[in-house]
Design a protein around this ligand. Structure first.
Ligand code: SAH
Length: 368
């Protein structure tokens, strides 16, 4: 099974996802690392994450912020508080701030546009949004206000599984792919991703997820293991697949998906996600950086809010790895031969954004 580059077939990908031989896997990690170094280099981009609101109108079965979870203390940061965090990101030398929230109808589109405008004017940082599914007029307004990128994971390319996981939005996976296309046409860099090992995810379906990143030529891909949250209906036990079909939610499996993504989307910006660091402490993030990742998103949310942004249970270790003291990250990166990259960290060799069309969510996939 040779390691072809972007020509990798879905068959080869799915065999790699099932590979367990440590020597063979070392070849996969090495190939992903080589591709990362060749195409995006040794610089690691730091993006400061600000969790601006944990209000959410959605019912996603796996997520602790889901609207019906009444054990969450809800908050919405003020403009001044958010600006304070953005200034801190600039002081720390980060190139980007990421504004993330639940799908909060209380985030006013006009006020959010003003906030984006002010952050750009004051700090000059690149602004990434991760605010859920939004109407095109909001997306257009925020783009005009200066937002550069937008993250929305399609969570799974399997339309049936998406419907099972999102009872309030059964067509959501198609809509999310449409929103990604709309955003690309608006001039955003687009980011998506999936949870690895969510109950009901087969090897075949994870393979199609990675193939869809490639077909859509995604600019940023976020991948992390699914982490069961006891405050959600899904927890860990709603598993309908036979054991040999179900993708396990392990660090190793998330690493395989990440490495394959780097190989088939060599130009993408790929973070070492917090979920990885959560299940495997510091080595989760370090391994990800050596298996294809080139971005870290330190959390800048003030502690009094961050503790209420519990998508999944967080271990204290993850907090440590996301420390934001000046110099701390540089030091840790140096130990693995990497450094903090300058500048906003845009996608390399960005394609012409004016094209549209392209594959649909069901392409290459048998309809079930
Ligand atoms: N409301 C925004 C931001 C969501 S939080 C949006 O919908 O885009 C970012 C990501 O966290 C989600 O897209 C999902 O993939 C991930 N996530 C949610 N619950 C999780 C869990 N229990 N384990 C691991 N990742 C989870």
């Amino acid at each position: 099974m040779p390691l072809h580059d972007t020509e990798f077939t879905t068959n080869q990908m799915s065999r790699w996802l099932r590979e367990e031989d440590p020597d063979r896997l070392d070849q996969l990690w090495a190939r992903a690392d080589e591709e990362r170094r060749r195409v995006v280099g040794d610089g690691v981009h730091l993006r400061g994450l600000i969790e601006i609101s944990n209000h959410c109108r959605r019912h996603c079965l796996y997520c602790g912020l889901r609207g019906p979870n009444d054990r969450v203390t809800r908050y919405r940061m003020t403009t001044e508080e958010i600006l304070e965090c953005a200034r801190r990101a600039a002081e720390l030398g980060f190139g980007t701030v990421v504004l993330q929230s639940g799908e909060d109808p209380g985030l006013d589109p006009v006020e959010t546009a003003e906030l984006i405008h002010t952050i750009k004017a004051e700090t000059g940082l690149a602004v990434t949004l991760s605010l859920g599914e939004r109407p095109t007029d909001h997306l257009a307004r925020w783009r005009e206000a200066g937002a550069n990128r937008y993250l929305i994971r399609f969570e799974t390319s399997d339309v049936g599984l998406f419907a099972d996981l999102h009872p309030d939005a059964p067509r959501g996976s198609v809509l999310r792919v449409q929103q990604l296309r709309t955003m690309r046409d608006l001039g955003y860099e687009i980011g998506t991703g999936v949870m690895v090992g969510i109950p009901g995810q087969s090897y075949e379906s994870l393979t199609y997820d990675i193939d869809l990143f490639r077909k859509m030529d995604i600019d940023m891909v976020g991948l992390g293991p699914y982490i069961a949250n006891e405050q959600t209906p899904l927890r860990g036990d709603l598993n309908s697949l036979p054991e040999r079909e179900q993708v396990p939610a392990t660090e190793q499996m998330a690493s395989k998906a990440l490495a394959l993504t780097r190989i088939v989307c060599p130009e993408a910006n790929i973070p070492a996600t917090t979920a990885l660091a959560t299940i495997d402490g510091r080595s989760g993030r370090r391994n990800a950086l050596r298996r294809g990742a080139n971005v870290i998103m330190p959390n800048l949310t003030p502690e009094q809010y961050a503790r209420h942004y519990r998508i999944y249970p967080k271990k204290s270790e993850a907090k440590k790895t996301a420390r934001t003291e000046p110099g701390w990250m540089e030091e840790r990166l140096r130990t693995i031969g990497r450094y903090v990259a300058d500048g906003p960290g845009n996608r390399v060799n960005r394609p012409d954004v004016s094209r549209s069309g392209g594959p649909t969510i069901s392409s290459g996939k048998p309809e079930t």
